[in-house]
Design a protein around this ligand. Structure first.
Ligand code: PNW
Length: 500
């Protein structure tokens, strides 16, 4: 067997989680409700009957969880801060909740005591319910960015002496679109959609694009504020986590499918990365299809986007697909770029091996292509801020069966090799990797059935049991980092050139 591809000796790695998926303790110490509390308690259920009321009870068991992290050897830990614990009502004139601050103080100090580097995400989908009630949350572009900026400011002021790695938003695409399938499909909170029979509110033709702009400008304000007021003294780094699959043409001979694949990635990533990474307008193909439904950026918006220079691109990557063009004009509610997404190509070849969830197939070769494409286009160092999978049939397994997670071990190995190849063969600057997730947790609208953890969570007893992958990851990194190559040579990317 060929040796694994090397990673540099200072490569950062660890595990990731998000507040609502693990914390529980939703009514404790003054926490306000978020849109996920409301969404999980709708009837009929839109989350398979599950809620984050208890989740993994991490709020009370965080010491035990950080002990697991130490045992697994992770050097860094990515968690998210629940906005409504810090500001229960959410708004810029609403009171700060000291008990909520105190929880994250304890968590951060407990990480530092173990020598683990904290990476804090400001927004992992849990908007304070009050902001949704007051003005529609992200549907109000002007209000939401001011409230988010103030939340970010409190976090920098109170945690920035110890937190040096910030992620503003997690996956704005999912927030805009899945809100089952939020603001387009209505699949996630707040569940608004005009194409989802379970939703009676919303407009899929317009709302996702408005929400997208609110998220872009909220991110920009939070980064500009950090750059202006905090970077000098705190000397940290800031970025965003964008999701997005890589797409290959369904028929590799057909120019129209090749264009569809590229268009799909522009609708996924360019939507956010053009304004955020390059201070440019949305991709042309989005303007062409969506016209005035895509809100414009003003000169003042562009000025703010230029001030909001980030340090890294956070990439959440799980899978890839094929794109097949459509001949008919796009419908008003289309958000993909007028194409069909498929898991098999024209010859019937599957994109990868199935996992334990329908939307995810293991596609490491396309991960390498994706890393390289993103690096060349946007020119920022990349941290993989999420990558992982559930094993086939894992939802039906007992603990004893689930801890033998061979599929996940191979998934990690293959994806780490893809990171290595994109670095050494293609010249991408990739600096770190977070496995999703430290433990099995609330998989949003899929409830507790789909297990992404490297630790098995028994939801009845809340007992945690390490799976094999948790214990093997450290060795996988060590093997790769030992044979590290230096000095680093990186090819300049398109984005980099554009800034020169
Ligand atoms: C991410 N898709 O969401 C989230 O950041 C995590 O909170 C979540 O638990 C994890 O991935 C696993 O799902 C995604 O359908 C959800 O392509 C769905 C998709 C992608 C990302």
């Amino acid at each position: 067997m060929a040796p694994p591809t090397p990673l540099p000796a200072d490569f950062e790695w660890g595990f990731a989680t998000a507040a609502y998926q693990i914390e529980g303790a939703v009514d404790e110490d003054g926490r306000g409700k978020s849109i996920w509390d409301t969404f999980c308690h709708l009837e009929p259920t839109r989350t398979k009957g599950a809620s984050g009321d208890i989740a993994c009870d991490h709020y009370h068991r965080y010491e035990e969880d950080l002990d697991l992290l130490s045992r697994y050897g992770g050097k860094a830990y990515r968690f998210s801060i629940s906005w409504s614990r810090i500001i229960p009502l959410g708004g810029r004139n609403d009171p700060v909740n000291e008990a909520g601050i105190a929880f994250y103080d304890r968590l951060i100090d407990a990480l530092l005591a173990r020598g683990i580097v904290p990476w804090a995400t400001l927004y992992h989908w849990d908007l304070p319910q009050k902001l949704h009630d007051r003005y529609g949350g992200w549907l109000d572009v002007e209000e939401s960015q001011l409230d988010f900026e103030r939340f970010a400011k409190i976090c920098y002021e109170r945690f920035g002496d110890r937190v040096k790695n910030w992620i503003t938003l997690n996956e704005p695409w999912i927030v805009s679109i899945f809100q089952d399938k939020g603001y387009a499909t209505g699949g996630n909170a707040p569940g608004r959609s005009s194409i989802n029979p379970q939703s009676s509110e919303g407009n899929t033709a317009t709302e996702p694009w408005t929400v997208g702009k609110a998220l872009i400008m909220s991110h920009a304000r939070a980064v500009a504020l950090y750059n202006k007021k905090f970077r000098g003294t705190q000397k940290g780094r800031i970025g965003i986590s964008l999701n997005g699959d890589f797409y290959e043409p369904w028929d590799s001979e057909d120019e129209r499918d090749k264009m569809a694949a590229e268009r799909r990635m522009e609708f996924h990533i360019g939507w956010f990365a053009n304004p955020i990474c390059l201070a440019q307008d949305y991709p042309i193909c989005m303007r062409e299809q969506l016209g005035d439904r895509l809100p414009a950026f003003t000169e003042a918006d562009f000025a703010l986007l230029r001030e909001a220079k980030m340090d890294f691109y956070g990439m959440n990557y799980y899978t890839s697909q094929f794109a097949r063009h459509r001949d008919e004009p796009a419908s008003e509610t289309d958000f993909l770029g007028n194409l069909i997404e498929l898991q098999e190509n024209k010859q019937g070849v599957p994109v990868g091996e199935p996992s334990g969830v329908h939307w995810l197939r293991s596609t490491p070769d396309l991960f390498r292509k994706h890393l390289t494409r993103v690096y060349r286009k946007y020119g920022l160092p990349i941290y993989v801020t999420e990558n992982g999978c559930p094993c086939p049939e894992e939802d039906k397994m007992t603990r004893t069966e689930a801890v033998e997670d061979t599929y996940r071990i191979r998934y990690f190995q293959d994806h780490l090799d893809a990171v290595g190849l994109s670095r050494t063969e293609d010249g991408s600057d990739i600096k770190g990797y977070f496995a999703w997730s430290l433990m099995d947790n609330l998989e949003w609208s899929d409830g507790y059935g789909v297990r992404f953890g490297v630790t098995f969570t028994d939801y009845k007893t809340l007992e945690r049991t390490p799976k094999k992958s948790a214990l093997l990851l450290k060795g996988m990194f060590e093997d790769r980092m030992k044979q590290s190559v230096s000095p680093e040579t990186h090819l300049p990317s398109e984005g980099f050139r554009a800034h020169m």
